[in-house]
Design a protein around this ligand. Sequence first.
Ligand code: TGC
Ligand code: FAD
Length: 379
Amino acid sequence: MNTDLLFKEEERLVRDSIRHFVDEQVIPRLQLAHRNEEFPVELIPQFGKLGLLGSYLKGYGCAGLGAAAYGLVMQELERADSGIRSFCSVQGALVMWPIYTYGSPAQKQKYLPQLAKGERIGCFGLTEPDFGSNPAGMLTTAEKTAKGYRINGTKMWITNGHIADLALVWARCENKIRGFLVEKGTPGFTARPVKGKFSLRVSITSELHFEGCEVAQDALLPLAEGLKAPLGCLSEARYGIAWGAVGAANAVYHTALTYAKSRIVFGKPLAAHQLVQAKLAKMVQEITKSQLLCIQLARLKEEGTLEPHHISLAKMNNARMALDCAREARDILGANGIIDEYPVIRHMLNLETVNTYEGTEDIHRLVVGAEVTGISAFK
Ligand code: TGC
Ligand code: FAD
């Protein structure tokens, strides 16, 4: 559909340079990283140098990209692996964006330049063992003390948690949800890995534990008050995921297409069989529609009219679309679809997480449902 025509030249240039980096530096590391359940930490300084961290923020050493260029960066990173895009999403949209938006001038100066360079790593702690889809029920508390706050509670499934230098933790404080910047090594704050994942293995996932963790007054994000503060961060990250999912879908589609053209079954290429063509055509159809949704999201973001339900519709659609493409591609590869010589099974497993985190498919469907009916199913 020549959707490339809908991008400006500078947006395509950004995409092409990140595409080159991903092909040369990222993809070759993934098979081993996935087997070993390891995040390639050696790439972090390069992410910083290339301006991939907080890339759509302005100042503080950030690249100041427009919405579409940022989306294309996320798309290229997730073409490699959802865990790679996750690292950059969390650092940029879930740690830097809230400091940029809700932080004091001192907090911005202290943290943003180092986070942009990848010299410090951040994580975002909202989910708890018993409160994932419904963060309003969180049990973590921050009690006011003479010098600041005392935090108690547990956060679960936290990307980058135990390698992070800085945790943005959401807690109930005097009956309002507030955000706190807790530095690694603060007494009473511990983090441990969640091991044994069969999805997003090229990503660090952790449990954070706070027990009588004392932080100073200046750990509080002054402008973040109420559930809408963390939900605002989620809107930023979900925007990137909607784009990223298109990248993962592209990766599995191209693998399946190449495979189907060279694999001979029943005396002719797999790609010559009608059922296989139907599957490939369906993938192209769905990827194209998802790409168009992303472009519209970007244009709404640029003109300042993007709303949470727009993002929910695209995140829900694109994550599901990519997961369905990955399952079809896995099928087209036959037995080869289950080994890690091809990226398909890794993407397929990753996309189970992508369909769940940042709001499950059901949650986003209910957000859209509330918008169209005017009735919230959550109340
Ligand atoms: P509700 O009453 O609807 O809203 C409370 C206030 O927040 C506002 N709001 C939003 N603001 C900005 N962005 C959004 N997306 C917003 N959604 C709602 C809303 O207008 C209201 O404002 P006000 O002024 O009236 O106070 O809240 P609710 O309790 O009914 O919950 C709604 C629901 C279920 C949609 C929400 O809780 C939700 O989105 N749940 C899903 C939780 C989730 O997505 N967690 C993600 C954790 S982080 C993560 O997964 C990182 S993965 C990172 C990676 O590796 O990439
Ligand atoms: P639940 O809320 O228990 O949902 C279970 C099922 O019930 C789902 O199918 C859901 O759709 C359905 N359901 C829930 N409510 C309703 C309803 N009202 N109506 C109908 N069905 C419903 N969180 C962070 O804070 N920071 C992170 O960095 C982070 N990274 C993550 C990384 C990974 C690898 C994973 C897997 C998760 C991560 N998460 C993170 C957590 C993630 O956001 C949650 O897992 C997600 O929001 C879902 O919450 P839950 O797992 O508790 O599922």
